[in-house]
Every structure is written in structure tokens, then in C-alpha cells.
Ligand binder design. Structure first.
Ligand code: KIV
Length: 266
């Protein structure tokens, strides 16, 4: 039973995969954005550790802490009425002991009202995925490009080893993951992984044949700085709109056009 009858759950996502209905997922990090994305019908809101980059201004996802993820996830979960709220386990919560991973994920569910976590890795994370599932914590595995591995990989690169990636996804499924996120792989590999498993796959730079798609909100609406990866389709130029609004405000303040009589108490 779900707290809200129309709430997106792991069962909803499994049914969507079965019925070949594409799943939409976007990142969200705060209450007002989550409220808008939820009202727009986004199925899953991911409190991604990308918040280290797009909100905190770091150059990798590594600096964000579990406490900071929880702080943001709580706001997002408070806003979401329909969407599933999924939270990244930040570095190194998914790399240290299994107990630490389960404790971190349990804090996320207990303190934020999010209902699932995402863990970077595939086959090498089998025991952690099993432990999370056994603890009643829904977990999405994350295969392909793994941003928390940036220093081992020497940068962000398209991952092309199809056999390894298929094994990662199969092991994640067998270990109890409810879904697999696939990042930055050739479209054919995204399709092969999706055919190789029965749980939903969510792609980012993984071509059109996954069960769903995810993008970083700031990339979607034109709020990101600098380089955008090839897989990003910007749907709005919000950054330019904000700059324009701020410039107009500054001009109005400097020329005393703002505040006008309509903004002033009598
Ligand atoms: O943190 C994040 O934004 C992610 C992306 C792959 C969507 O995990």
C-alpha cells in the first residue's frame, strides 16, 4: 500500500517497463523546483550528487556529504506529491563497509521521506545491493560512466565495454536492484543492456532504447555553466532570462524607476 494512491513506486516503474511506457526522471535539489517538476508530471525526482557540481559549484561530485544530500532530499520529498524521490548515496558512503552503506541509506529514508537510493556501480556492488534490498531499501544501480570514479578513469568518458556493462546490469538485477541507470554508453549498448534484464533501465547518454531517460535539471533549463555533454537537449534558456531580469532590476533601481507608486504603501 502507498501513502498516496497515485504515488510513483518501484511497482509503478516495473509496470511502466512491462507496458513499454517511457519513464521520465529529472534531478531536483530544492522545494520550489521539485514542486514544479512534480506538477509537470515527472515520474522520478533524483536528488543527484550532481548537486556538488550544479548547486555547490565544485568540479566533481565527490565533495557533497551525506548530511548535505539529506538536507536537499528532505526539501524535495516535501514538495513531491506524485513523483518517486530517489537519492544518490554520495562518495564514499557506497564505497566503505556494507554496514556504512546500509546506515547511510537508512538515514536517507528515515530523515527525508524519499523512498529509494541510487548506488554507483554494478557487479562490484552486488553485496551492497543485496544488503540494501534485505534491509527493505529500494536501490537503483548506476552503471557505465560513474562520476564518483572520475579520478580512477582520468576523466568522464563514454564507456564501451558492452560485455562488462551487461554483466554489471545482470548482477545488479540478480542482487535485488529495482532499476539500473546507464550513463554514457553507445546507443547499441544501452539497448543491449535493456534487453538483457527485466527491471527498468534509465538512460543518460545511453540512446533511445532504455526504459526511461534522465537529465540534470540545470542542463535541461539552461542554468549550467560552460560545456554541455552531447546527450543534453536544452529545453529552456533560463540562465539568460534570469540575467536579463537582474539587469533590468539594476537599471530600474539606479534610475529610481523601481519601486513605482504601485509598489509603495500609502
Ligand atoms: O547525480 C546525478 O545527477 C546523476 C545523473 C547521472 C543523473 O546521477
Amino acid at each position: 500500500m502507498s501513502a498516496r494512491p497515485n504515488r510513483v513506486t518501484t511497482r509503478t516503474l516495473a509496470a511502466m517497463r512491462l507496458e513499454n511506457q517511457p519513464i521520465s526522471m529529472l534531478t531536483a535539489y530544492d522545494y520550489p523546483t521539485a514542486r514544479l517538476l512534480d506538477a509537470a508530471g515527472v515520474d522520478v525526482l533524483l536528488v543527484g550528487d550532481s548537486l556538488a557540481m550544479v548547486v555547490q559549484g565544485h568540479s566533481t561530485t565527490l565533495p557533497v556529504t551525506l548530511d548535505q544530500m539529506i538536507y536537499h532530499a528532505e526539501m524535495v520529498a516535501r514538495a513531491a506529491e506524485r513523483a518517486m524521490v530517489l537519492v544518490d548515496l554520495p562518495f564514499p558512503e557506497g564505497q566503505l563497509s556494507i554496514e556504512r552503506t546500509v546506515e547511510a541509506a537508512a538515514r536517507v529514508l528515515k530523515e527525508t521521506r524519499a523512498t529509494a537510493v541510487k548506488l554507483e556501480g554494478g557487479a562490484e556492488q552486488a553485496q551492497r545491493i543485496e544488503a540494501l534490498a534485505a534491509a527493505g531499501i529500494p536501490v537503483m544501480a548506476h552503471v557505465g560512466l560513474r562520476p564518483q570514479n572520475v579520478h580512477v578513469d582520468g576523466g568522464y568518458r563514454v564507456q564501451r565495454d558492452a560485455q562488462k556493462l551487461i554483466t554489471d546490469a545482470r548482477v545488479a538485477e540478480a542482487s535485488g536492484a529495482f532499476a539500473v541507470l546507464i550513463e554514457c554508453v553507445p546507443a547499441k549498448v544501452g539497448e543491449e543492456i535493456t534487453r538483457a534484464i527485466e527491471i527498468p533501465t534509465i538512460g543518460i547518454g545511453a540512446g533511445p532504447d532504455t526504459s526511461g531517460q534522465v537529465l540534470v535539471f540545470h542542463d535541461l533549463v539552461g542554468l549550467s555553466e560552460g560545456y554541455l555533454p552531447r546527450f543534453v537537449k536544452p529545453y529552456a534558456a533560463t540562465g539568460a532570462t534570469i540575467t536579463e531580469a537582474a539587469k533590468n532590476y539594476c537599471e530600474d533601481v539606479r534610475s529610481r524607476r523601481y519601486p513605482g507608486p504601485e509598489h509603495t504603501f500609502k
